[in-house]
Design a protein around this ligand. Sequence first.
Ligand SMILES: [Zn+2]
Length: 66
Amino acid sequence: MSHKTMSEPVHLLPPADWPAPHPGCKVCGALAAERERAQAAGDVSKVSDCNVEIREHKDAHPRTRR
Ligand SMILES: [Zn+2]
């Protein structure tokens, strides 16, 4: 068995492939909270559903220009 330190699971932080919820968006926040509950329950399909919804919801956000 080979030792891969790169694939060491980190439980304190969300996985890197999880999309980040848009700050200030209640819908994203609710989805992120639901995702965390789903992960705590071990419901990976629900987690994946929430990830898809958060990722797709990004398009609904107004773009802030600076
Ligand atoms: Zn959103």
